[in-house]
Design a protein. Structure first.
Length: 398
C-alpha cells in the first residue's frame, strides 16, 4: 500500500494504491485519485480515509472472488518451499500434515479459518487420538502456523489465526551413559566382535551424528595433523548434503580414537554408492543416470545393511539391555560424549566446536546431565576408557 504525492498547478495531491493477493494467489490492485465524493485528494487526512475505504473494498472483492481452500493453498505452499528446504522438511509439510488434517479442513476456504478452528484441531481432534502425542500436537501446530504465516505474507489473510496457541510438551528425558557404562559397552562389544562395535566407538569418541559417520571418508581424516574434517552427512531422505547446522567443523583425534582408526585402516576401506535422497530420485525418471549418487571407495566404517535401514538404535538398545546398563539409542552416544566432556570441565565453547552446535544454549542444556558446573577452562580427558581394558583416558585433545 502506498500514498504517492503529485502536483497539479503547484498544489499537492495524493494518489492511493492498495494491493493484495486473491485466493488464487494473483495480485489485485485498486487505485484512486479522488475521494468518495469525486473530489481530488489534497490532504494526508483525506488520503488515509480513502486508503481505508479502498482496503475494505478490495477485501470485499477478494471475498467474492473464486475461493482458495486450505488444500489449494497447502499445495501452493509446498511448491514455494520445495526450492528452499530439504526434501525431508517438504515431506513433513506435505504427507505428514495431510495425515492430521480432517476433510472439513481441506475443503474450507482459507479466509474463513479462525483461532477456534486451530484450537479445536490441535487439542480436541488430534489431542484425543491414541496415536498422537504432545510432540505431534506441537509439530502439527508449528506447520499449520507457518502455512498461515505465508498466507499473511502473501496478503491472502489479514492475520494468522494460529497465533496465541501453544502446546506445552514435557522436556524429553535424555539418556546418557556414565563413564563406567561407556567403558563396559566398548570393552564387551570389542570382546564379542559385535558388528556395530566400530560404529559405537567412533560415535563415543567423536560425537559425530549418525549421518556424519555414515558418509565419513578417509579423505576427511588427517592422521598427521590429528584432525577429522566434518563437512557432510547422508540420510535416506535427503541423500548426501551439508551437516545439520550447515557448518563445517574439525574434531581432534585422541590416542584412543587413533587406535580405533588404525584398526579400521587395516580392515578397510569400505565402498558404497551413496544414493541421493528423495528430492533427486523424484525429480528424474527411472533409468536417468542423475538418479545415481556418487560411488565412494574410501569409506571409513563397515557398511551394514542394518545401519543403512536405520536399525542402529535398536541394536544398541538391545545390547545395553543385555549388559544391564542404561538402554540408550545411537544418538545418545553423542550426548554421552558431550556430558562426559562437560563433567571433566571442558568449556562450553570448546564442546560446541567439537560437536557442531550452532547455539551455545543447545550445549548448555547438557550441563544438567553432566551433573557439574563448568568452571575449568579446559581439560584433556573424557571419563571413559577404550576397549583394551587398560586404565587409559580417552583424550580428545591429543
Amino acid at each position: 500500500m502506498a500514498q504517492k504525492i503529485y502536483y497539479v498547478a503547484g498544489k499537492k495531491h495524493y494518489e492511493i494504491t492498495v494491493s493484495r493477493r486473491d485466493r488464487e494467489g494473483k495480485r489485485v490492485r485498486k487505485k484512486a485519485r479522488l475521494d468518495q465524493y469525486g473530489r481530488p485528494i489534497v490532504s494526508k487526512r483525506i488520503a488515509d480515509r480513502v486508503e481505508y475505504i479502498l482496503r475494505n473494498k478490495l477485501n470485499d472483492k477478494i471475498k467474492r472472488s473464486s475461493t482458495l481452500t486450505w488444500e489449494k493453498w497447502h499445495e501452493k505452499f509446498i511448491e514455494k518451499i520445495r526450492m528452499q528446504f530439504l526434501e525431508s522438511t517438504v515431506i513433513t509439510y506435505e504427507g505428514g500434515l495431510r495425515k492430521w488434517s480432517p476433510t472439513r479442513w481441506r475443503e474450507k476456504e482459507l479466509y474463513k479459518f479462525t483461532r477456534d478452528d486451530v484450537y479445536d484441531l490441535i487439542f480436541n481432534e488430534i489431542g484425543n487420538r491414541e496415536d498422537a502425542s504432545k510432540n505431534i500436537q506441537r509439530s502439527v501446530l508449528k506447520r499449520i502456523r507457518r502455512i498461515f504465516e505465508m498466507a499473511v505474507e502473501e496478503n491472502l489473510l489479514p492475520k494468522n489465526p494460529s497465533l496465541g496457541i501453544s502446546v506445552k510438551v514435557p522436556p524429553p528425558k535424555q539418556k546418557v551413559l556414565n563413564s563406567n557404562e561407556a567403558t563396559l559397552l566398548l570393552k564387551t562389544a570389542k570382546e564379542c566382535n559385535h558388528r556395530f562395535y566400530y560404529h559405537w566407538a567412533l560415535a563415543l569418541l567423536t560425537g559425530m551424528r549418525n549421518g556424519e559417520l555414515y558418509s565419513l571418508r578417509w579423505a576427511d581424516i588427517d592422521l598427521d595433523t590429528g584432525l577429522i574434517s566434518v563437512t557432510k552427512q547422508w540420510t535416506s531422505k535427503d541423500g548426501l548434503h551439508p551437516t545439520k547446522s550447515n557448518r563445517n567443523r574439525v574434531i581432534p583425534i585422541s590416542k584412543d580414537l587413533r587406535g580405533v582408526l588404525t584398526e579400521l585402516k587395516v580392515m578397510g576401506p569400505f565402498e558404497e554408492r551413496l544414493w541421493p535422497g528423495l528430492k533427486i530420485t523424484r525429480k528424474y525418471p527411472v533409468g536417468d543416470p542423475r538418479r545415481k549418487g556418487p560411488h565412494f571407495d574410501d569409506l571409513v566404517l563397515p557398511r551394514l545393511k542394518e545401519w543403512r535401514y536405520g536399525e542402529q538404535a535398536k541394536y544398541l538398545k538391545a545390547f545395553c539391555g543385555q549388559l544391564g546398563i542404561e538402554e540408550v539409542e545411537f544418538h545418545d552416544l553423542r550426548a554421552t560424549l558431550i556430558t562426559n566432556l562437560l563433567a571433566q570441565g571442558v568449556s562450553l565453547p570448546k564442546v560446541m566446536n567439537i560437536v557442531g552446535h550452532s547455539e551455545l544454549s543447545t550445549t548448555n542444556e547438557y550441563l544438567r546431565l553432566s551433573g557439574v558446573d563448568v568452571k575449568k577452562d579446559t581439560v584433556d580427558k573424557l571419563g571413559y576408557r577404550t576397549h583394551d581394558g587398560e586404565k587409559k583416558i580417552v583424550n580428545l585433545f591429543g
